[in-house]
Design a protein around this ligand. Structure first.
Ligand code: ATP
Ligand code: MG
Length: 284
């Protein structure tokens, strides 16, 4: 096992389109630890994962994030990946024309590893989580079902062996058998390889196999409470009523007149920066 790693998030604040989403997040994940992050829809969980991985469009308005002392927020997404950070996206994107093995071989080469090991490693990891190897030859995530995409993410994680993995709702879409297999595989990596995990989830089921050391409740852009595994069980019973404001009475919808010149396509902005955003849907 290599030297222990640490992802340290301090006072992280971020805004999107002028709206403050993350209001100051403090969280430290070390090698071998599993931290679950749970919270209501729209509370900022995916925003946290995007900001940490470097998805464009977010403005960092305060704080910092360090991986083994390196300022992650100053790095391009691929540099963060090379530094040992991995993100399994809530909605994995489809990349036509690029096979999974090609991506992983390029990643291995970029890290100075022997890329010839990739095909056998991919096959072994796919078999371990019951992922049909017929699907491995397809372009990345293209025409895969929701659950197959999540298994595909798990194969990538297991082959790449990052130091810290962020799993954004890895469990969504997985059937019970696949969920158990993927969660077990990741749990074994925490023990054998010292993988540190930040697991965003809505359900404690993921956490029966991927055993959290710590559970955080993220609501309104802040960690509102931190506890042990029992906190996940408590949330299933109680929900988030204690952590969110009362819903204001819904206003009746007003008719809006759209200004066609305000659409990004009208200015060409929708296409001009297509290759600057590695998270963008290439078919959009
Ligand atoms: N690019 C964006 N433009 C506008 N608003 C955004 C953008 N990205 C996120 N938001 C808003 O930020 C808030 C937080 O979104 P986020 O995706 O982080 O929530 P979440 O906690 O992951 O929710 P869920 O449990 O539903 O996945 C939401 O209100 C969302 O609408
Ligand atoms: Mg989300």
């Amino acid at each position: 096992m290599s030297a222990p790693s640490e992802l340290r998030i301090e006072g992280l604040r971020a805004a999107v389109k002028g709206r403050q989403i993350l209001q100051g997040i403090d969280l430290t994940v070390r090698s071998g630890e599993v931290h679950a992050v749970m919270g209501p829809n729209g509370s900022g969980k995916s925003t946290l994962s995007h900001v940490l991985m470097g998805k464009p469009g977010y403005e960092i308005t305060g704080g910092r994030a360090l991986l083994d002392g390196v300022d992650l927020l100053a790095l391009a997404p691929w540099e963060r990946s090379r530094a040992g950070l991995f993100l399994a996206m809530q909605y994995p994107i489809e990349v036509p024309g690029v096979a999974l093995v090609d991506v992983l071989e390029a990643s291995f080469a970029a890290m100075g590893h022997d890329a010839s090991l990739v095909p056998s490693s991919v096959r072994a990891e796919a078999e371990r989580i019951g992922f049909d190897d017929k699907l491995l030859g397809r372009a990345l995530n293209v025409d895969l079902s929701g659950g197959e995409k999540k298994r595909n993410e798990t194969v990538q994680l297991a082959v790449l062996r990052p130091r810290i993995a962020i799993l954004d709702e890895l469990d969504s879409g997985l059937d019970v058998d696949a969920l158990r297999a993927c969660a077990r595989r990741i749990e074994s990596m925490t023990q054998a390889d010292g993988l540190g995990v930040l697991a965003i989830t809505h359900y404690s089921r993921l956490l029966t196999e991927l055993k959290p050391d710590v559970v955080h409740i993220l609501a309104k852009g802040r960690i509102q409470r931190t506890g042990g595994p029992e906190l996940a069980e408590e949330l299933e019973r109680t929900g988030y009523a204690d952590y969110v404001d009362e819903e204001p009475a819904a206003e009746p919808a007003k008719a809006r007149v759209l200004d066609p010149s305000a659409h990004p396509a009208a200015s060409g902005a929708a296409f001009g920066d297509a290759f600057a955003d590695p998270f963008a849907d290439p078919l959009a």
